[in-house]
Write a protein that binds this ligand. Structure first.
Ligand SMILES: Nc1ncnc2c1ncn2[C@@H]1O[C@H](COP(=O)(O)OP(=O)(O)OP(=O)(O)O)[C@@H](O)[C@H]1O
Length: 229
């Protein structure tokens, strides 16, 4: 579903993503894990097209999107939940979700969205900025989902979120995969969360992939060692 070939990304003269190759099939959740500054956000921004790539190619469902702008990548089926959520604080919950619907041409927020996130229905007239971190994270996921993605990217969705809500987010991602049959790629530092959602875990270190395991084969001590400073 998502095929990435020799992806390199630079800030000025400095290359921070060094020729990554990976493919993620439909209905797989892949977790990319790494410490701060290892390149997760840079990778995700280049996948959605906010940051230019200096080399390589990206295809979604067999369609090459390498030369596409972000909005065209969204039309081609990539959706992005940025680190820090980046919801619109002065828009209501409903308006925030509707910003994602310009692409999907849907007029009304699908019932499925409120079924996945009942709290967003209750709070639909509240300003996004007045929601808790966990509620904002749900809102950012809802906004991404209404674009009907084939590939959903989430950059550190548990950052700054309390443990009980982290469990809810894991449950909702598993539910989304079940009902939508999509590909999910999540960047993370929290191993308990990735063990609850991921089919496969890759460790990124200074812009290179250094370790990969299927969830069932994961040596948690080894991954923890990679994640500790
Ligand atoms: N705008 C920028 N200009 C120059 N270098 C940058 C810029 N943004 C990030 N970098 C560098 O690129 C590298 C990767 O950073 P990135 O933010 O992608 O890491 P990360 O794994 O997402 O970390 P975090 O968990 O802290 O978000 C780091 O060395 C960082 O200093």
């Amino acid at each position: 579903m998502l095929d990435v070939d020799n992806l390199k990304v630079c800030y000025g003269q400095s290359e921070v993503i060094h020729g990554l190759n990976f493919s993620v099939p439909q209905n797989e959740t892949l977790a990319i894990m790494g410490r701060n500054g290892m390149g997760k956000t840079t990778l995700f921004k280049s996948l959605i097209g906010i940051l230019p790539m200096s080399e390589g190619s990206i295809a979604v469902d067999g369609v090459d999107v390498t030369k596409n702008e972000s909005y065209q990548r969204v039309e081609n089926g990539i959706a992005y939940v940025p680190q820090g959520r980046m919801i619109f604080p002065t828009l209501t919950v409903q308006e925030n979700i509707e910003t994602g619907m310009e692409v999907s041409k849907t007029k009304k927020i699908p019932e499925e969205i409120y079924a996945l996130f009942p709290v967003l229905r209750d709070m639909r007239h509240r300003k996004g900025g007045n929601l808790s971190g966990g509620q904002q994270q749900q809102l950012a996921i809802a906004r991404a989902l209404v674009t009907n993605p084939k590939v959903l990217l989430l950059d550190e969705p548990t950052e700054g979120i309390q443990p009980s809500i982290i469990k809810d987010i894991a449950n909702v991602l598993n539910e989304i995969k079940k009902i939508r049959d999509i590909t999910i790629i999540v960047s993370e530092q929290v191993l308990s969360f990735t063990m609850a959602v991921a089919d496969r875990i890759i460790v990124i270190d200074k812009g290179n992939f250094i370790h990969e395991d299927l969830r069932d084969d994961v040596d948690t001590d080894k991954i923890k060692k990679y994640l500790s400073v």
